[in-house]
Design a protein around this ligand. Structure first.
Ligand code: ZN
Length: 489
């Protein structure tokens, strides 16, 4: 049972607040292995909702699921030069099995490009076998030194899409398409607005030609890279001899993409929507959307109210048959616990709507609905409950996205500022700063050294300022692109 001690506020210590919400809402717990995490049912329930939605979106865009092994021959990692350089420092290596030293050590996948493209090379012979569009739901291990629940853990769950195409343009189109799928999911399901765009060379995925990213602003004004999509060009195809017979004859190397999102999204959800009371979950990804709290004083009232609550669940279930899977309702019938304590617990866990039901409500043929997002309270008639609850949930979903987007815009700096002002902002409250960049890696790394801020993305057109910046934030030379700078997780 949750203890009712108040959470640290976001303002007092955002990072302590985050840890407390994750632990006390029972989303995850620390594991006996340093840096690993146990995802508890409340957290896993959110992941399952996310998985289901994404899986449907992947399938609707022509992808199929498959599964590849956890263990990869170590030599595979060395076949693509940039890839090994990027991943070698954080790879876990298995050297013994069955009590014997292995002839060739095996790595535990930090990502699966190598093993998947080695298999693609077997399966693809002709242009007719392309495009090959595969997704895998899996766990991966990256040996991180500084870990935080959901945001950065040694092991995490994710999906990785891997595709092969006949041309550069088709691969590019795919990489962009999946970036769009991620954005639709993050905005439509998680009510989390993102800025999309291309990563600079310094922030690009190890082995990619181009990396695209969805960047979300957390409530401490830091950016969180929520999902990435890569055009891998022919780098892995050449490393793994992934060739095909071209339509007009001759052998050509395939073009690959990969793209992924992980359980990190749950951390993003907490930091986008949580408040000083706990988590706020957008209805679409909430394992429970409505919790019914019966209110009673005597045993007689209790049985009357519980009977009423069960009738409501029955009615909602029947109403829901018209639109299955729409309403996820839970009756909190625990006895010996005060309604107030139950309110506290469900608010901490972020259930979007609470329904309070007492004997007097039943007499009036009503129930009281309380929104978690803004705590607005109103009675509704039991006769139209299904429609009313469904409509309220839709409204909450929309309002949460609007609120998060307004928050982000309030903390975005689009006017032209000096580098000194920029440093002040990054040392102070932080922001997404839209500013010019000359294209030099040196300016980028100096800014990072001096302010810890990085270029999150070179934003896609719709996010760019009406008037393009003309000079570089750092060196003042003429700008080749507009960049979104921020500190990041
Ligand atoms: Zn510059």
């Amino acid at each position: 049972m949750a203890d009712e001690k108040k959470l640290t506020t976001r303002e007092a210590d955002f990072s302590a607040w985050y840890n407390e919400v994750v632990l006390r809402a029972e989303l995850a717990d620390y594991s006996p292995v340093r840096g690993c995490m146990v995802i508890r049912p409340n957290g896993y329930g959110i992941w399952e909702r996310m998985q289901r939605a994404l899986d449907e979106m992947f399938k609707a865009t022509g992808h199929q699921n498959a599964y590849f092994p956890l263990l990869i021959p170590e030599s595979f990692l060395h076949k693509e030069a940039a890839h090994v350089e990027g991943f070698a420092p954080e790879v876990a290596v298995v050297t013994h099995g069955g009590g014997k030293k292995l002839d060739e050590p095996l790595i535990i996948r930090p990502t699966s490009e190598t093993i998947i493209y080695s298999m693609f090379a077997k399966w693809v012979q002709s242009y007719r076998d392309l495009p090959l569009l595969i997704n895998q739901w899996a766990n991966v291990i990256r040996w991180e030194m500084r870990t935080r629940l959901f945001l950065r853990t040694l092991e995490f769950l994710w999906q990785e899409g891997h595709t092969a195409h006949a041309t550069h343009d088709e691969a590019e189109e795919e990489a962009r398409r999946m970036l769009g799928v991620y954005r639709d999911f993050m905005e439509g399901w998680m009510a989390m607005p993102v800025v999309t765009g291309q990563k600079t060379d310094a922030e690009r995925f190890a082995g990619a030609l181009r990396t695209y990213s969805c960047e979300a602003m957390m409530q401490d004004n830091k950016a969180l890279q929520a999902g990435t999509s890569h055009n891998l060009a022919q780098n892995f195809a050449k490393a793994f001899d992934l060739k095909f017979q071209a339509e007009h004859g001759g052998q050509e190397y395939a073009w690959n993409t990969s793209w992924g999102v992980s359980t990190r999204l749950i951390g993003a959800l907490v930091m986008t929507h949580g408040d000083d009371i706990g988590l706020r979950t957008p209805p679409h990804v909430a394992p429970i959307e409505v919790v019914i709290i019966p209110i009673y004083k005597s045993d007689e009232e209790r049985s009357r109210v519980l009977e009423g609550a069960n009738r409501i669940i029955q009615a909602l279930t029947e109403w829901e048959r018209r639109d299955p899977g729409r309403l996820r309702v839970h009756l909190d019938a625990r006895d010996g616990m005060k309604p107030g304590a139950k309110y506290y617990e469900w608010e901490l866990r972020g259930v979007p709507v609470r329904m309070e039901l007492g004997p007097r409500d039943l007499e009036k043929n009503q129930a009281v609905l309380v929104r978690r997002d803004n705590r607005e309270k109103r009675p509704v008639s039991l006769s139209t409950l299904g429609e009313d609850v469904a409509e309220l949930l839709m409204r909450i979903q929309d309002d949460m996205l609007i609120a998060a987007r307004e928050r982000r815009e309030q903390h975005s700096v689009r006017e032209r500022i000096t580098y000194d002002r920029f440093r002040e902002i990054m040392e102070g409250p932080g922001a997404f700063v839209y500013a010019g960049w000359c294209g030099s890696a040196q300016c980028e790394s100096q800014v990072k050294e001096e302010t810890k801020a990085t270029i999150r993305v070179l934003p896609d057109e719709e996010f760019r300022s009406a008037e393009a910046p003309t000079s570089c934030l750092k060196c003042g030379k003429s700008a080749t692109a507009e960049a979104v700078w921020a500190k990041a997780y």
